[in-house]
Design a protein around this ligand. Structure first.
Ligand code: DC
Length: 233
C-alpha cells in the first residue's frame, strides 16, 4: 500500500471540524513550504452548488451520484491553490452561500461523490507536494502520510469565527452530520497531532506545525534543514 501520493511527493494532512481555522492554517502552511494547498471542503461545496444549480434535492443520493459521474470536473492551480472547475466554470463565488452550507453535509455523505473527489485529490498529490485539509484526509485519503494534524477549537469560538465572517452556518448541525456518517466520518486520525486553536492566531498554529514537522525530520538531515527551515519561516 502506498501513501497514494507520487513516489517523491509529500502530503501534510490537516483535519478538523467546521470553522476550526484549518483552511487558513493549511493555506499559510502551504505558502511557507512552497506546497500546493488543497481545500477538500471547497470541492464538496462545489459539487453541492452544482447539485442545487441543477435542481436536485440534497437527499437524492442516486440522482446526485449519476450527475457527478457525468459532470466534467477539471482542476487547475491558481496562486498555489488547487481548484476544481465544474463544466468549465469556477464555482468559487457560490461556495459559502447559505444554501450550500445547509446541503453540503448531505451531499458529501454520498459514497460515489467521495470516491470521485478522493481520486482527484490523490491525482493532485502525484503531481505536487500538498497540504490537504478536510475531515478524512489523515484517516482515509492519505492514511500513510506521517504528517497528520487535527486542528480543533471550542464550539463557542468556532461559532464566533463564522459570525465574524458574516456567514450563516449551522456548524453544530454540520459537525454532527459529518462525524456520524458511515463513510469517512470526521475523526482524529491515528497518529495525528491535535492542536487547539481556540486561543491561538493562525501563524502560531502554523509555527507549532512547523516545529512538529522539524521534530519528525520532515526537513531532512541537519545540513539541509537549516536552509529549508529558513525558507519556511
Ligand atoms: O471545511 P468545510 O466546512 O468547507 O467543508 C464543507 C463540508 O464538506 C463539510 O461539512 C463536510 C464536507 N467535507 C467532507 O465530507 N470531507 C472533507 N474531507 C472535507 C469536507
Amino acid at each position: 500500500m502506498t501513501n497514494s501520493a507520487g513516489p517523491n511527493r509529500r502530503v501534510i494532512a490537516i483535519d478538523g471540524p467546521a470553522a476550526s481555522g484549518k483552511s487558513s492554517v493549511a493555506r499559510a502552511l502551504a505558502t511557507r513550504l512552497g506546497f500546493v494547498s488543497v481545500n477538500s471542503g471547497a470541492m464538496y461545496r462545489a459539487i453541492t452548488w452544482h447539485v442545487l444549480d441543477r435542481g436536485l434535492q440534497p437527499h437524492d443520493r442516486e440522482g446526485i451520484a449519476r450527475l457527478v459521474e457525468t459532470t466534467n470536473l477539471a482542476t487547475n492551480l491558481h496562486e498555489g491553490e488547487w481548484r476544481i472547475l465544474i463544466e468549465g466554470a469556477d464555482p468559487l463565488p457560490h461556495l459559502r452561500t447559505l444554501r450550500v452550507n445547509e446541503a453540503v453535509s448531505s451531499v458529501s455523505s454520498i459514497p460515489r461523490v467521495r470516491e470521485i473527489l478522493v481520486a482527484k485529490m490523490r491525482a493532485c498529490a502525484r503531481d505536487y507536494d500538498v497540504v490537504v485539509e478536510g475531515r478524512d484526509i489523515g484517516s482515509v485519503v492519505f492514511p500513510r502520510t506521517p504528517y497528520k494534524y487535527y486542528v480543533d477549537a471550542s464550539p463557542e469560538i468556532r461559532a464566533q469565527r463564522r459570525a465574524a465572517q458574516g456567514q450563516r452556518d449551522q456548524i453544530a448541525v454540520r459537525d454532527h452530520a459529518d462525524s456520524s456518517r458511515s463513510d469517512s466520518p470526521l475523526t482524529v486520525a491515528g497518529g495525528a497531532w491535535v492542536i487547539d486553536s481556540s486561543s491561538l492566531p493562525i501563524e502560531a498554529v502554523v509555527d507549532e506545525i512547523l516545529r512538529r514537522l522539524r521534530a519528525q525530520s520532515f526537513f531532512g538531515p541537519a545540513a539541509k534543514s537549516s536552509r529549508i527551515t529558513r525558507a519556511a519561516r
